[in-house]
Ligand binder design. Structure first.
Ligand code: HEM
Length: 146
């Protein structure tokens, strides 16, 4: 069996080709982030959480567009730290993540060019949500033991 060592540049190109095949570009990500967060802000449970924390929405949305462009297209434009940003939030429940993911899926199903694109984003969002939840609940359980 021959193993090929692919350069970072080749891997990056594969990721970008795959994104292009799924109809993912900066315009799509911009529409996704704008549509999704408009719904989050209007949501009866999630809205107050986000509106209570975020003062500068244009800045937040620009950050989220860079984040998703980096996740989906290897754009390398996001250099923030999502885990500490969420660990400082209080009163977030497991069900809130389920609501977040449900709203994200509903948005994707409405605006995506096809089901593969929905699946692509949902797999990544679910994985990230799981690691954020783990980090947040880890801190809670430490607090309870102390
Ligand atoms: C119930 C679920 C969630 C809630 C309530 C929530 C809430 C928030 C809030 C309030 C902020 C702003 C923090 C700040 O700027 O100080 C934030 C930032 C952010 N969130 Fe979430 N979030 C949730 C789930 C997610 C998920 C599932 C993802 C990714 C798939 C995500 C990605 C991000 C990113 C990338 C930032 C920017 C972090 C930074 O660089 O400053 N969030 N979130």
């Amino acid at each position: 069996m021959t193993y090929q060592i692919r350069s970072a540049e080749e891997r990056r190109r594969d990721i970008q080709d795959n994104a292009a095949r799924l109809g993912i570009d900066d315009d799509f990500i911009s529409m996704l982030v704008e549509t999704f967060y408009a719904r989050v802000r209007a949501h009866p449970r999630l809205g107050p959480i986000f509106n209570g924390e975020i003062n500068d929405w244009p800045d937040h949305l620009a950050k989220l567009k860079d984040f998703w462009a980096s996740v989906a297209m290897n754009a390398g434009r996001y250099s923030g730290k999502p885990v500490p940003a969420h660990m400082k939030l209080e009163g977030i429940r497991r069900e809130d993540f389920a609501l977040w993911l449900g709203l994200f899926q509903q948005t994707l199903e409405e605006i995506s060019p096809g089901p593969e694109t929905v699946e692509f984003f949902m797999q990544r969002a679910a994985r990230i949500a799981q690691s954020l939840q783990l980090a947040m609940s880890g801190l809670e359980s430490l607090g309870r033991r102390a």
